[in-house]
Design a protein around this ligand. Structure first.
Ligand SMILES: [Zn+2]
Length: 225
């Protein structure tokens, strides 16, 4: 069990560029699109088509709208590039909010300004939709520009974190090589890893190796004594 790499298994089944959804909040999953695991950058915002694909996977837009966005991006590359640049900019601000917002007032106020900037620039209709699995979700149908309002649900989710005082429960993975952020929804507030199957398992394996190493050294001392 310890010899197999869960990361390899995961990659084999979902492909190397499969985005992860383990942040427990939409805005945190969005931040994790800049996923960096073991030095391999996997950016779901590498181009507009990938961004539209992520929005679809995250349930922000349905398949039809995602396809429409891709078509529109081919027709209006400048508009798509601007929307992508905006998404990356928001992601950077939100990452700072996730990592330092709980302790720094200024970080929270800077993020708030960015959140309000995005919210103020989009006109549209808010709705509540039923998902295929029967759950309910808020959605936003923008009017005008095809690329307008794409970031509204993400920014709304970050706004909820401020409104509901969730920042103290937002954490970065305890593995220093992993930049993933997540919301700790556990009762005791002791979730440390983005994912037990990858980072958590690596830490467990390292603990086992350290323990076995100590045991071996003790055994050697016993023999030489
Ligand atoms: Zn991790």
């Amino acid at each position: 069990m310890l010899g197999t790499s869960p990361l390899t298994t995961q990659r084999a089944s979902h492909g190397p560029l499969a985005p992860v959804f383990l942040g427990d909040r939409l805005w945190l999953d969005f931040i994790n699109t800049d996923d960096v695991q073991r030095g391999t950058p996997v950016d779901a915002l590498r181009d507009f088509a990938a961004f539209a694909g992520w929005l679809e996977l995250a349930g922000v837009v349905d398949g039809e709208r995602a396809a429409g966005l891709r078509r529109r991006a081919d027709q209006q590359p400048a508009g798509a590039a601007a929307a992508l640049a905006e998404a990356r900019r928001v992601r950077m601000v939100l990452r700072t909010l996730a990592e330092r917002g709980a302790s720094a007032d200024r970080v929270r106020f800077d993020a708030l300004a960015e959140i309000n900037r995005v919210l103020s620039r989009s006109a549209g209709t808010r709705r509540v939709d039923v998902r295929p699995d029967g759950s309910f979700a808020r959605s936003f149908v923008p009017v005008g520009d095809a690329f307008a309002g794409l970031m509204i649900p993400v920014v709304d989710s970050a706004a909820d974190a401020l409104i509901l005082s969730e920042l103290p429960r937002v954490r970065r993975c305890a593995d220093a090589r992993c930049a993933r952020v997540f919301y700790d929804a556990t009762k005791n507030g002791r979730r440390r890893w983005c994912d037990m199957a990858t980072c958590g398992n690596r830490a467990k394996a390292a603990r086992f190796r350290a323990r076995d190493g100590r045991r071996e050294r003790r055994a050697k001392r016993a023999v030489t004594a």
